[in-house]
Design a protein around this ligand. Structure first.
Ligand code: NAI
Length: 508
């Protein structure tokens, strides 16, 4: 009979005492569990023990635990000199190198040591749990237990069932996760599991947009941060993580998903990885770093509004009203004619469509047309988009007028869905696919993404806030222009948009 993870006697093994292993051991001991820690490099294991002790001491200094509790917590962590030290463990969490052959070899060896009813869990971030388990004689007791870095600060842990994993194993890992004061979420094995799958919608889409010349990295970061409310822009995030980590994980997810176009990596990420522009760790990535800080070019001041009349299309009445309200406030001259006057700036407020498509569909002069994103971020940072032939004088007039109330404006080149609409729609679509494929329950998808990626909302709630019908429109417009299956809307989204219900609605 497996031991109850909530019992005092429960004994956890942690294999690998690097960045992740030591964090896992720390939170387990803090949660009252006894831990045995092993690393092939004895110095690393010793260092991890000292490190964990210093973390507990710091917590005591800050009043988060008493000195006695800190000493007791450290007393629960024991380093062992070989995997034999795991013989009595109830569960062993593997956190060694991300290499399938090495994991296979080590786990087969481990299986010969641990008890017949011991759980074997892997902290792999990108390898298939089912494939890892396939080297074991008893794959039914193998599961994924995916923590995030740095473990003590990131409460999420994904409990991942491989094809053969038995239910009791996942239930025990959920309990272990809670005992570690984590927020465990149940996931079924899939490329990138849950969180890393959804994260592709943010990074790769942004990279594709830069590749296409829609905007530069700084502009896209500013739009996503200030406008869409993300804590970091996609390029800041990639610099922080390092392209040597992000890009191979992206390639692996794409390959594991049999070339699913939604996960197709961006060529520029491959090139930049090969060039060694990895990010903060190499002193240069998408940004240059001085004294560890990114150097961000100052934003150019907005051009002055030259007083030319501005006509706003009524094709999207809500968008029109938002733009007109700002123009009235900033004192711009409004052209209120049925059709634009001969020297008027023409503003359109598309949902999904690019500026060119809007101009042509509405019979407007593309040389004077500028599109404004009123759907995402209009109050905090405005995004304008030009057609390939927009006259710079008309673009500048729109820029000047729409920044007259002090809200910064970013101008990008033509692309369906601007920047924020497109990235948010992609994130939402991947979230819908995760739900559709049964990788995780709708509520868990949002919970995991907000905890694991710090997005302002989970993908399904984000979609609900914008409106599932609008997310669908955005994706259909992008798909219509590129004819790339990457942008095909997921059936989970299509059905809920048609029914007018929340994207969090599970199937009955
Ligand atoms: P790390 O390189 O900091 O630590 C790995 C440790 O494993 C090293 O100390 C190494 O000496 C030890 N090791 C290697 N082979 C061993 C063996 N046969 N027996 C015992 N110890 C062995 O790596 P890190 O970052 O801690 O990653 C570990 C695992 O966690 C990987 O599978 C990684 O993909 C996963 N992971 C990493 C995250 C991160 O952000 N660093 C996030 C989530 C998962």
């Amino acid at each position: 009979m497996p031991n109850d993870p909530n019992s005092d006697s429960y004994l956890l093994g942690v294999l690998g005492a690097g960045a992740m292993g030591r964090g896992i051991a720390q939170v387990a001991a803090a949660g009252g569990m006894r831990v045995r820690l092993f690393d092939a490099n004895a110095d690393v294991a010793k260092d991890a023990h000292t490190f964990i002790g210093s973390m507990f001491n710091r917590a005591a200094e800050r009043g988060r635990m008493t000195a006695d509790e800190a000493a007791a917590a450290l007393g629960r962590v024991e380093t062992v000199s070989g995997m034999q030290g795991f013989a009595e463990c109830d569960a062993v969490i593997e956190a060694i190198v991300e290499n399938l052959d090495v994991k296979h070899k080590v786990l087969s060896e481990l299986e010969g040591i641990v008890r017949a009813d011991a759980i074997i869990a892997s902290n792999t971030s990108s390898l298939s749990v089912t494939t890892i388990a396939s080297a074991c004689k008893h794959p039914e007791r193998v599961a994924g237990f995916h923590f995030f870095n740095p473990v003590p600060l990131m409460p999420l842990v994904e409990v991942i069932a491989g094809v053969l994993t038995e239910e009791w194993v996942c239930e025990a890992l959920m309990k272990i996760g809670r005992r570690m004061t984590r927020e465990p979420v149940r996931v079924n094995d899939a490329p990138g599991f849950l969180v890393n799958q959804v994260g592709r919608g943010f990074n790769i889409e942004a990279a594709h947009m830069v590749q296409e010349g829609i905007g530069d990295t700084v502009s896209i970061d500013r739009i996503m941060r200030d406008g869409a409310g993300f804590r970091m822009g996609p390029f800041q995030l990639m610099d922080l993580t390092g392209l040597d980590v992000t890009h191979p994980a992206t390639v692996l997810i794409y390959q594991q998903a049999f070339d699913e176009p939604r996960f197709r990596p961006a060529m520029m990420m491959e090139a930049r990885t090969r060039a060694g522009r990895l990010g903060r760790k190499t002193g240069a990535g998408f940004y240059e770093y001085k004294d560890g800080k990114a150097v961000e070019a100052e934003e150019a001041s907005a051009p002055a509004y030259d007083g030319r009349p501005i006509w706003v299309s009524n094709a999207e009445p809500e968008g029109r009203d938002a733009v007109v309200a700002v123009l009235k406030e900033t004192g711009a001259k409004l052209d209120v004619g049925e059709t634009p006057g001969s020297n008027s700036v023409i503003l359109v407020t598309p949902i999904g469509d690019d500026a060119t498509t809007c101009a042509v569909a509405q019979g407007l002069d593309a040389k004077r047309t500028v599109a404004v994103d009123t759907l995402i971020g209009f109050e905090r940072r405005r995004t304008l988009m030009t057609t390939p032939i927009t006259d710079p004088a008309f673009r500048d007039a729109a820029h000047g007028a729409l920044s007259g109330d002090g809200v910064p404006v970013t101008v990008v080149r033509d692309g369906p869905g601007f920047v924020a609409q497109r990235i948010v729609a992609m994130i939402c679509n991947v979230g819908c696919s995760v739900a559709q494929l049964g990788v995780a329950a709708p509520d868990d998808i949002d919970k995991a993404v907000t905890l694991g990626l710090n997005y302002p909302y989970g993908p399904l709630t984000f979609g609900d806030r914008i409106g599932p019908d609008r997310i669908l429109r955005i994706l259909e417009a992008i798909h219509g222009l590129y004819r790339d299956p990457r942008y095909r809307p997921n059936p989970w989204l299509i059905r809920r948009a048609k029914l007018g219900v929340s994207l969090l609605t599970p199937n009955t």
